[in-house]
Design a binder for this molecule. Structure first.
Ligand SMILES: [Zn+2]
Length: 409
């Protein structure tokens, strides 16, 4: 029965994701034909042209290719019982923990190899074609080598750890503890270890901006946060900003591309958006929701470990269970949890915009968002269903509409 459930979910999830991509595709084509009417009222028409739509279509094409590749891989894994094959290859390893870790690395590698051509195409085909790309082939290979090292490390640790805790009858509790620990360790290590591997972080050099930022932080009663500029222009011309870390390691990172393209007051507006995320404890709330979703999934996995699932897939050890359960539950996440989580995240973005508008005034935030969107060719509204399933931020016309309403209140 569980194999049938897997294939029903597989067909459902593939159909749904292809349907969402085709809806967005049609939406973009329709927009290209009616550019003038679509943007009326919210967006400067001069900034939107066919090129923006073509750029979005290219990204959509890559995203569809990547999605279909992942479904193909998961179908091959189940149809050809790859977990048993890989398990056979690791049979000589006498320690069950190392054996599970090696098994994890094999599957981590499989997913990395399948994602590599799409990552390459995104950078050297789409981003280069639209003149955003600054990444050289050697930087790309170096970045991928870092990604690969993390995949190898995390899949080894993850599977080895699961093999140990699965022996206990209360393994779901241990697993939830591991998930929570992982979130905390990641929050501490990402700003300290991961980000410096990709970017050189320097303190802001602009005296006027430093003065304004210090004034602002004093006004808001914040003294624990440091602002850094990342040399993102070595890889891309896209501009961005984010807040990362915990406690004393809290950092706001501004891309150098953003600092050079915005006026000082507009940089302050973007900074306020990031400070809004921090003041409103968005990262912690997001982790809370992620852990709640993981708790539901762990409960499902626990139910699966007690009924015919083990028999139907002829599972012989914890690592085999982990991979089959992951493939099945991943589709449950895609179909049901992804829109809930993304809706929560988009609402946080709107609240951060509101925080910035309250302290800097909406017109500055509108100007900053407009410039960033023009620089990033990111003006387009999304189909509402595509947005629900894939967008971490509300589309720019929605954000501007909201900020304009806020001005009028
Ligand atoms: Zn944000």
């Amino acid at each position: 029965m569980w194999k049938q459930i897997f294939w029903i979910l597989w067909i459902g999830a593939v159909t749904w994701e292809v349907f969402l991509h085709s809806l967005e595709w049609r939406h973009l084509i329709k927009m290209k034909l009616n550019l003038n009417t679509v943007f009326d009222g919210y967006v400067q028409k001069s900034t939107v042209n066919d090129k923006n739509v073509d750029y979005a279509i290219e990204h959509l094409r890559i995203s569809l290719g990547e999605t279909l590749t992942n479904y193909l891989i998961s179908a091959i894994i189940v149809a050809y019982d790859l977990p048993k094959l890989v398990d056979g290859l690791t049979a000589q390893i006498s320690s069950p923990i190392f054996r599970a870790g090696a098994f994890g690395i094999a599957f981590g590698l499989l997913f990395w190899v399948s994602s590599f051509p799409w990552a390459w195409a995104k950078v050297f085909y789409v981003e280069s074609k639209y003149k955003f790309n600054k990444t050289t082939k050697s930087i790309f290979i170096k970045d991928q080598a870092i990604v690969l090292s993390f995949i190898v490390l995390l899949s080894f640790l993850g599977f080895a750890c699961f093999a140990v805790i699965f022996e206990s009858r209360i393994w779901p509790l241990y697993l939830m503890f591991v998930f929570a620990l992982f979130e905390i360790v990641a929050m501490i290590l990402v700003p300290l270890v991961v980000i410096p591997l990709f970017f050189e972080l320097n303190p802001l050099a602009d005296e006027e901006l430093i003065f304004k930022i210090n004034e602002l932080l004093r006004k808001l009663g914040i003294n624990k946060i440091k602002v850094f500029v990342a040399n993102a222009s070595k890889r891309t011309l896209h501009s961005n900003a984010f807040v990362t870390g915990l406690g004393r390691n809290k950092k706001i990172v501004l891309f150098d591309t953003l600092v050079s393209s915005l006026a000082a007051d507009e940089v302050i507006a973007v900074l306020l958006h990031e400070l809004g995320h921090w003041k409103l404890a968005h990262a912690l709330k997001r982790i809370g929701l992620v852990l709640a979703i993981q708790a539901v999934l762990v409960y499902f996995a626990f139910v699966m470990s007690n009924v015919g699932f083990m028999y139907d897939f002829q599972i012989q050890n914890p690592q085999q269970f982990a991979i089959y359960a992951f493939l099945l539950l991943n589709m449950v996440v895609t179909l049901f949890f992804q829109p809930c989580l993304l809706n929560f995240i988009r609402r946080q973005e709107t609240k951060a915009d509101l925080f910035a508008a309250r302290h800097a005034g909406s017109s500055l935030m509108i100007n900053a968002l407009s410039k960033i969107s023009t620089d990033n060719m990111a003006w387009l509204p999304r189909h509402f269903l595509y947005k629900a399933w894939y967008c971490t931020h509300p589309p720019i016309p929605e954000r501007l509409r909201f900020l304009k309403t806020f001005t009028n209140i």
